[in-house]
Design a protein around this ligand. Structure first.
Ligand SMILES: C[S@@+](CC[C@H](N)C(=O)[O-])C[C@H]1O[C@@H](n2cnc3c(N)ncnc32)[C@H](O)[C@@H]1O
Length: 237
């Protein structure tokens, strides 16, 4: 496999990756995002407010529309792009469920809790946003009623939603300790059939999150890795 590996670490970007990282090119060719007009229109409206690519956004859209009853929580919203996709999905479910609440959490002061487990992040990255930027985006895409939780989650804002039950939790916080704290807070509050999606699992620079996901897989949870870079865990009961 060394030839393949060499190719995948240098082509396109010219960037050289360490072993275990490189360009990923799945051979699947189903592209539902091209033929889903509601998603396509939404993506056009939010793409300049997100670091999340269309593959991961469509996965969030698909999951969020089908999860069972329960609220939706995103931790790590930055400028609101992926949160807006979740909020719009919440009002377009493919099954009959009671109305959901949607909560979007961010420090709005950047990444926190970076430690020696994290290779790239040092703290304070992605501070170029605000709660008002997210509110304005939500209003522009017709997703009202979303609650924004401003501060470190769960330390400063978890108490505001500690009595809620969740059908979907999107954890996009970049570093090991935040991912761990958010997951350990959310997991006991997930409904049966509810889904936790880690955004950062498959990304060079987010090895802390990759290692946390490996830890929970090693502790008996069934984690589904996606070639999109996400890792997905469903709560059985
Ligand atoms: C990569 S960005 C999120 C990207 C976003 N989902 C999008 O659509 O582009 C990561 C965000 O996580 C936030 N963050 C990291 N740890 C956090 C924590 N413990 N509580 C709240 N926000 C956190 C950072 O402030 C940053 O805005």
């Amino acid at each position: 496999m060394s030839d393949q590996s060499q190719t995948n670490t240098r082509r396109a970007t010219g960037r050289t990756y360490p072993p275990g990282y490189g360009i990923v090119e799945p051979v699947a060719n189903y592209r539902p995002w091209d033929v889903d007009p509601e998603f396509a229109e939404l993506y056009g409206s939010i793409k300049d407010h997100t670091m999340v690519d269309i593959y991961r956004l469509w996965t969030l859209w698909f999951i969020a529309r089908q999860v069972p009853a329960g609220d939706i929580l995103e931790i790590g919203s930055w400028r609101g792009g992926s949160g807006a996709v979740l909020a719009r999905a919440a009002i377009a479910p493919v099954r009959t469920v009671p109305a959901r609440r949607v909560y979007l959490a961010d420090t709005f002061a950047g990444v926190v809790k970076a430690t020696e487990r994290d290779t790239y992040y040092r703290g304070g990255e992605h501070a170029n946003t605000s709660a008002d930027i997210v509110r304005d985006l939500l209003a522009s895409v017709g997703a009202p009623g979303v609650e924004i939780l401003e501060g470190v989650f769960p330390d400063q804002t978890g108490a505001a939603v500690s009595g809620r039950r969740f059908a979907l939790c999107h954890i996009d916080v970049d570093v090991y300790q935040s991912a761990k704290d958010c997951f350990e807070w959310a997991w006991p509050r997930m409904e049966a059939g509810g889904v936790v999606v880690f955004d950062d699992f498959g990304f060079y620079g987010c090895e802390g999150v990759t290692s946390f996901v490996a830890e929970i897989a090693g502790q008996g949870l069934t984690v589904v890795p996606s070639l999109s870079g996400q890792a997905i865990v469903t709560r059985a009961g």
